[in-house]
Design a protein around this ligand. Structure first.
Ligand SMILES: O=c1ccn([C@@H]2O[C@H](COP(=O)(O)OP(=O)(O)O[C@H]3O[C@H](CO)[C@@H](O)[C@H](O)[C@H]3O)[C@@H](O)[C@H]2O)c(=O)[nH]1
Ligand SMILES: [Mn+2]
Length: 621
């Protein structure tokens, strides 16, 4: 406690064992110094007599470079290891001081595709945040559906009904975690057998959940909503105007109006629950999750205008019903609150393998970044102050006046009127001529364009000046490309291997006799591929195929996804890719359109097509 009687809402503790870590770091540093001293003082001398000694000198330098790289990396990582800190909140103090004046909190859950993000998973996430230990009239949950799917809408409708049972159950028995799928999963048993009342309710709620789950899963599997179900909610009519997920008007449905549920049919109140699928039009770029967030910020500002915004990916349920209160301890701390724009929770993964195959844990890094100004914004599980998202600039004097700003929205309009009013905020044109548009993938394009055009123009002029033709220059470029990606590359490694003594110089004599046919093709300027004698053919053919696939894929995306801004972003890549395809025309001819003996061998054709397809599928999946 300070002299002014101020009791903080959170405290900061440095990690234990810091001295031990510092000692360890110093010892490694001393070791590094010795390594450097050894490498410099024992460098093998230059000599003109034997090549093998020269080789060892180069190997020595190579090793030293690798070690320097490690040292550099080690220094950098010290910033993410050296000084972790941990925060502890005082939720009781928060309650005592502010329970009646807690601010509004808006939760945004994002989903984008009912096939790869199953609606049952999405609604479990939604239910876990609806069930927060927080006054329901101050909590609003928004589901943004970029998939524009009525299957997801149907699942949310089911969840809104199930919430009437789930939320009171959670609160009455203080259950954790509040994602029903996890709570009822077979490998966890949360039921308290000593409490017969709970055991009874547990089974009845579990049955309700299982029923809901099987309905949602069945309908997701069928892939469409039957006429009977459509009659259950007028919201389904919105899909009459949907032509595809890339082309539809705003769909906005307030499924639960938190202002109205008081005392109706259930114990206690429910938070507001909103379904939003922002407008999508092929001509306008939607900016993926970021675009969805912007639409949500605007729409929610009219409906609930929560002072705090939590964003959650649809596959990340909340595993602690008190996280809102924890976050508020930071924002509402009277002294330090104004220094905090967002509170990022770490992400925990449920189904990690015993040895964490994919390295999903970054516990220490986040805590150290916190000590160095704050952790990165990871995306999911982050609480933001709305005003900082809307452009508020930090200043020391600027105290948090959340009480003043924290008027819980009491719009006069009813839910239906609000739905109509808010649609404009989720339209595809709302952000037109704003910074999104001006920023575009910028002036930095100039150096790239300059270097590409200047070097090519120079080589063309040089070529013509030496008596060449335009076509000759073009052919020359092709040969340069083949050489750079194959023979020069081989030569580079060959030289290194030879220096290290792993390879001996060889010489392949080129055939000097050419048959009539070959000669005739040569005169017609038709390239000779013939029998494959070197992996060189496979390499440049694979590259040619890879470019062809990418080019075709880019074109298809442009046609299907016709979005002017996407087009802008893709245009440069497409031009470059197209040029490479153009320069490779003789390769495609040799692969697919020639019958003579000089065409590309079938084995090379198969190999390179397979390799290119493999590369594409690795990138895509
Ligand atoms: O057009 C889109 C595309 C994606 N999403 C949603 O965005 C979220 C994140 O997408 P995902 O494909 O799951 O991204 P990941 O790479 O798995 O997630 C990382 O990147 C996300 C975006 O920055 C962060 O939110 C996460 O915390 C971080 O783990 C999901 O809920 C999607 O439904 C949309 O709403 N609209
Ligand atoms: Mn994800």
């Amino acid at each position: 406690m300070g002299g002014d009687g101020y009791l903080p809402l959170f405290e900061t503790k440095t990690a234990k064992g810091r001295i031990a870590y510092q000692l360890y770091a110093v010892s490694v540093f001393v070791g590094i110094c010795f390594i450097c001293a050894y490498r410099v003082s024992h460098l093998p001398p230059t000599t003109t007599t034997t090549t093998s000694q020269d080789g060892s000198r180069w190997a020595w330098i190579g090793l030293f470079i690798a070690e320097l790289w490690f040292i550099f990396y080690w220094f950098i990582t010290q910033f993410a290891r050296r000084n972790p800190i941990y925060r502890h909140t005082f939720k009781d103090s928060l309650s005592q001081r502010y329970e009646k004046d807690l601010p509004g909190v808006d939760v945004f859950v994002c989903t984008a595709d009912p096939t790869i993000e199953p609606p049952i998973m999405v609604v479990n996430t939604v239910l876990s945040v609806m069930a927060y230990d927080y006054p329901p009239e101050k909590l609003s949950v928004y589901l943004s559906d970029d998939g524009g799917s009525e299957l997801t809408f149907y699942a949310l409708l089911e969840a809104s009904r199930f919430a009437k049972h789930w939320l009171p159950f959670c609160k009455k028995f203080n259950v954790e975690p509040r994602s029903p799928a996890v709570y009822f999963s077979p490998d966890q048993s949360f039921v308290d057998d000593d409490d017969p009342l709970m055991a009874k309710q547990w089974s009845s709620i579990k049955n309700l959940y299982e029923d809901m789950r099987s309905r949602i899963e069945r309908i997701t599997k069928i892939g469409q909503i039957s006429a009977d179900i459509r009659k259950e909610h007028k919201g389904f009519c919105e899909w009459d105007l949907v032509s595809s997920r890339h082309d539809h008007p705003v769909i906005l449905q307030i499924l639960i109006d938190g202002r109205e549920t008081k005392g109706v049919e259930i114990e206690g109140q429910l938070p507001t629950l909103v379904y939003l699928s922002r407008e999508k039009r092929p001509q306008y770029h939607h900016h993926f999750k970021a675009g969805a967030m912007n639409a949500l910020i605007r729409v929610s500002s009219k409906i609930s205008n929560g002072w705090i915004i939590l964003t959650v990916d649809c596959d990340m349920y909340s595993n602690n019903s008190e996280s809102v209160r924890d976050a508020l301890c930071f924002f509402m701390d009277e002294k330090k609150g104004n220094e905090i724009a967002y509170v990022q929770y770490p992400q925990w993964f449920d189904n990690l393998t015993r040895n964490d195959l994919y390295g999903n844990s970054f516990e220490v890094e986040l805590a150290t970044m916190d000590a160095n100004g704050g952790p990165l914004y990871i995306g999911s599980g982050c609480f933001h102050r709305r005003d900082t998202l809307c452009g508020l600039k930090y200043s020391k004097e600027c105290r948090v006046e959340w009480k003043k700003e924290n008027h819980i929205k009491k719009e006069k309009q009813n839910a239906i009127e609000l739905q109509d009013i808010c649609k404009i905020f989720a339209s595809s044109t709302f952000e037109e001529n704003t910074q999104w548009g001006n920023e575009i993938s910028s002036l930095w394009v100039i150096p790239f364009a300059y270097v590409i055009s200047a070097t090519n123009a120079y080589s063309l002029v040089e070529f013509l000046y030496c008596g060449g033709t335009l076509q000759g220059w073009w052919n020359d470029q092709r040969m340069w490309m083949f050489k750079r990606t194959t023979s020069y590359c081989f030569a580079f490694f060959e030289t290194i291997l030879r220096q290290l003594g792993f390879s001996k110089l060889g010489f392949v004599v080129t055939a000097k006799v050419a048959d009539e046919e070959v000669h005739e093709r040569y005169l017609r300027e038709v390239m000779e591929f013939g029998t494959p004698s070197s992996p060189m053919f496979t390499i440049f053919t694979t590259l040619a195929m890879l470019n062809l696939f990418s080019f075709v894929w880019g074109l298809i995306r442009m046609v299907i996804d016709v979005q002017i801004n996407v087009l802008e972003a893709l245009v440069l890549q497409l031009v470059l890719c197209g040029l490479i395809v153009l320069i490779n025309l003789p390769v495609y001819q040799g692969l697919f359109f020639r019958e003579d003996n000089g065409k590309m061998a079938t084995s090379v054709a198969y190999k390179s097509i397979m390799l290119a397809l493999l590369a594409c599928s690795i990138v895509l999946y």
